[in-house]
Design a protein around this ligand. Structure first.
Ligand SMILES: O=P(O)(O)O[C@H]1O[C@H](CO)[C@@H](O)[C@H]1O
Ligand SMILES: O=c1cc[nH]c(=O)[nH]1
Length: 238
């Protein structure tokens, strides 16, 4: 039990586990807690960014929304790591596929996260830093996906600051480099984790295919991505 708090996370003594799942949508965090965790306590309501701690198969796990975009997840992940001692951060999000071989509802595991965000410039590397996921979490996640018989892809994704892009050639140019899918947060999460020496990974369910113009509904985005959630929970527990 910790008395710690930050401007954006005020647990009032409720615990936060060393392993946390991070969906963008706080209602998806509530869904995960309600569906999968036992003995749940809510540890954050600031700005409606709900966070919960409970147990999964007897092990303590937390889940919290991050909001959308690199700036938002970067605030929450920084505070979780530096104030609350979180060590394993697994983003569970939706993504837009950029390859025809990546179907709706497939799982994408982000080995790396290319980005058009300027967030990484603060770290001052004299070149282009490549944000990568934790290999330990990647191995565990691949094993969990195989165990669940889930169709999945592992590779480079794009964390973009731009949902509605004025440049209609951007998708094709990233796709030509083999980018599997686009989302909006993982590069910031990976950079924060690397700078702090902790483990992070992004796991996604495909909600749209940007090449084929197909998509799922908002209701499905909130609740129907259960395979990804179960894979992530398996990966962060024994
Ligand atoms: O479903 P979430 O986790 O929010 O992730 C994706 O969905 C949002 C855009 O609709 C962005 O946050 C993007 O990364
Ligand atoms: O960031 C995202 C997430 C899902 N689909 C997209 O096109 N972009």
């Amino acid at each position: 039990m910790s008395a710690a708090s930050t401007p954006h996370i005020q647990p009032n003594g409720a615990p936060i586990a060393e392993s946390i799942l991070l969906p963008g949508d706080p209602l998806r965090a509530k869904f995960i807690a309600d569906t999968y965790l036992d003995d749940v306590v809510c540890f954050n309501e600031v700005r409606g960014m709900l966070g919960f701690t409970g147990t999964y198969r007897g092990e303590q796990v937390s889940v919290m929304g991050t909001g959308m975009g690199v700036p938002s997840i970067s605030i929450y992940s920084y505070e979780l790591i530096h104030t609350f001692g979180v060590k394993n951060l697994v983003r569970v999000g939706s993504c837009g596929a950029m390859q025809t071989s990546v179907d709706l509802y497939d799982v994408v595991i982000a080995q790396a996260a290319s980005t058009d965000s300027n967030y990484l410039s603060q770290f001052g590397c004299p070149g282009t830093y490549a944000p990568i996921g934790s290999y330990r979490l990647l191995e565990r996640t691949v094993a969990a996906a195989r165990g669940a018989d889930q169709r999945f892809h592992v590779g480079n994704i794009l964390s973009s600051d731009i949902f509605y892009n004025a440049d209609d050639t951007a998708v094709d140019r990233w796709a030509r480099m083999g980018i599997l899918a686009v989302e909006m947060e993982s590069a910031g999460l990976y950079a924060n984790a690397a700078a702090a020496g902790v483990d992070a990974l992004g796991i996604f369910t495909v909600s749209d295919n940007l090449i084929e113009g197909t998509h799922t509904t908002p209701e499905e985005r909130q609740t129907a991505f259960t395979a990804m959630m179960e894979i992530a929970l398996t990966a962060v527990t024994k």
